[in-house]
Design a protein around this ligand. Structure first.
Ligand code: ADP
Ligand code: MN
Length: 517
């Protein structure tokens, strides 16, 4: 610390030194250097530093593994004991619940009157908030927001999570083996005297311990070569890491290799797919994990997309910000599913867990496909891309009943000789109160990009808008054009007001809305 700065921080009326110094019967003390002045101690800065230190002690950020993945089945970076404790607790709780269920079954047998142990079930703190609001739809074939299919999925009284794997292996034998295997952990890893006892560790608990032991080994090995914290490490909070850890643990993902992109609203990671945990799902060899950021500021200005989306209207008012963010992830999942159904090239949804969406990776060998803005296409490819994009916009509108609402060369990837659409969390149905304005903006981006790119036949934004929407707005300048768009939107709103329900705007399954009547 700068000593001059410290001196300057002392208020001028404090004099050259403390008052007692002059009167001290043993004379002035020799110039002891005061390492920390009162002003220093009192400073907010210091308080912050101490706070930070404390936090770091509780959640030490482990140095990035420069040479490899940061979460794999082999090496789960359990960088904090707290986290490990939570993971273990979770596994224990799960087993406890499973045991409870077995006992419940045994007691009830064939009896007509059954008793329930429901109240005795443990709910893990990290899971506790999920029981009421977690959206774990892995079945993307069912889009609960479809106009023709109102949500009828009954909410059951129980925490319907996962299958209890009733393993064929003998738990006792397996458990003993696991306990014995703990001996293989590094010597400095404290395993207690469990080895000597007849302790039976389940596979899950053993694996968690094993992973911790290994990561501890690696950690101490690389402690002195401190490197920059990786973006990947920093980008996710402990809760998200736990979610990712669970996915690796469940075998859905094999390895999470690192960060592809850090945006304002999301962080995207690359991962290698696992060996398919779910029965019928084939997990793509490479996956992209989109983590919607749980810091809320950036999402505030996106309210308009979702607040006015009738699909979410009933839910929006009741939701807290954390749930709203999950809704973005959910929205992206359903929108991707619609696009997939229409055959539009886009990532395929693998799994959704809270605010984490796993999808197929567009690219190869960890290298993401370039955005249209970054790739230099031959004029022939450029032309091809344009026609494909025009086609996709029409499909999106007519078949998926969607407007991308953030379509530009930033959200189109060039892969395998064609354009892939991504980033559809903000996409809305055309009847959204601002849906047509969003569409117009999309059209402007696309039109400008391809016109600048030298595609002679590229329609201008107004022509493109009509071509996509099937509307016939004749205004020949942007101001009038937009005015007509807003009139249409207004008409639609009034119609909704009169009918009371927006559903009436749809003639049948997934058809485009009727604007002109
Ligand atoms: P944001 O809202 O942050 O723009 P995006 O969905 O556009 O989120 O993702 C950010 C970036 O991550 C993209 O520009 C793209 O480079 C990369 N990306 C996203 N999804 C995938 C995917 N499925 N395959 C490959 N790269 C992807
Ligand atoms: Mn994007």
């Amino acid at each position: 610390m700068d000593p001059v700065g410290v001196a300057a921080a002392v208020p001028p009326d404090a004099g050259p030194g403390p008052a007692w110094q002059g009167k001290c019967p043993w004379g002035a003390p020799s110039t002891t250097s005061i390492s920390c002045s009162l002003a220093d101690v009192m400073s907010e800065q210091l308080a912050k530093e101490l706070q930070l230190e404390e936090e770091n002690a509780a959640f030490p950020e482990v140095v990035a593994v420069a040479e490899g993945p940061f979460i794999t089945g082999e090496n789960v970076d359990t960088s904090s004991d707290l986290m490990l404790a939570q993971m273990l607790q979770m596994e224990f709780d799960r087993e406890y619940d499973a045991q409870l269920r077995r006992e419940e079954k045994k007691i009830n047998g064939d009896s007509k009157v059954s008793i329930s142990f429901e109240n005795y079930r443990k709910v893990h703190p990290y899971d506790s908030d999920s029981s009421e609001d977690e959206v774990d739809w892995q079945d993307t074939r069912h889009d609960p927001y479809r106009a023709d299919k109102p949500t009828t999925t009954p909410r059951r009284g129980f925490v319907g999570k996962g299958k209890d794997i009733t393993t064929k292996h003998d738990e006792v034998v397996c458990g003993r083996k696991n306990t014995a295997r703990m001996e293989n952990f590094a010597p400095e890893f404290q395993v207690g005297d469990g080895i000597g006892m007849d302790l039976k560790l389940s596979n899950q608990v053993f694996n968690a311990l094993k992973q911790h032991a290994y990561s501890e080994e690696r950690r101490s090995a690389r402690l002195h070569e401190k490197k920059e914290h990786s973006t990947a490490e920093k980008a996710v909070d402990p809760k998200t890491r736990l979610l990712l850890y669970k996915m690796v643990n469940a075998g859905t993902l094999e390895t999470i290799t690192g960060c592809i992109s850090t945006g304002k609203e999301s962080v995207v990671f690359h991962a290698y797919g696992g060996k398919s945990a779910a029965e019928d799902k084939v997990i793509p060899p490479e996956c992209a994990i989109k983590v919607f950021k749980t810091t809320l500021n950036e999402f505030k200005n996106r309210d308009k997309y979702i607040k006015d989306d009738y699909r979410f209207k009933d839910r929006f008012s009741k939701l807290n910000p954390r749930k709203i963010i999950r809704m973005w992830a959910e929205k992206e999942m359903h929108n991707l599913a619609r696009m997939q159904n229409a055959g539009i090239p886009c990532p395929e949804v693998v799994i959704l867990k809270k605010h984490v969406l796993v999808m197929s990776f567009i690219g190869q060998d960890q290298v993401p496909a370039p955005k249209l803005k970054d790739v230099t296409l031959s004029s022939e490819d450029m032309k091809k891309a344009y026609h494909q994009v025009l086609n996709m916009m029409q499909q999106l509108y007519k078949e998926c009943n969607l407007v991308h609402a953030d379509l530009s060369e930033y959200n189109m990837l060039w892969h395998d000789g064609k354009v892939w659409l991504i980033d559809v969390s903000q996409s809305v149905e055309p009847t959204h109160p601002h849906g047509l304005e969003f569409l117009f903006r999309d059209c402007r981006n696309v039109s400008q990009f391809f016109q600048k790119g030298g595609v002679a036949e590229a329609l201008n934004e107004r022509e493109l808008f009509n071509a996509v929407s099937g509307l016939n707005i004749t205004a020949d300048n942007e101001v009038d054009f937009l005015e007509e768009i807003e009139t249409l939107e207004k008409m639609n709103e009034d119609h909704v007001q009169n009918q009371g329900k927006k559903l009436s705007m749809f003639s049948s399954d997934g058809d485009p809305p009727i604007y002109d009547e």
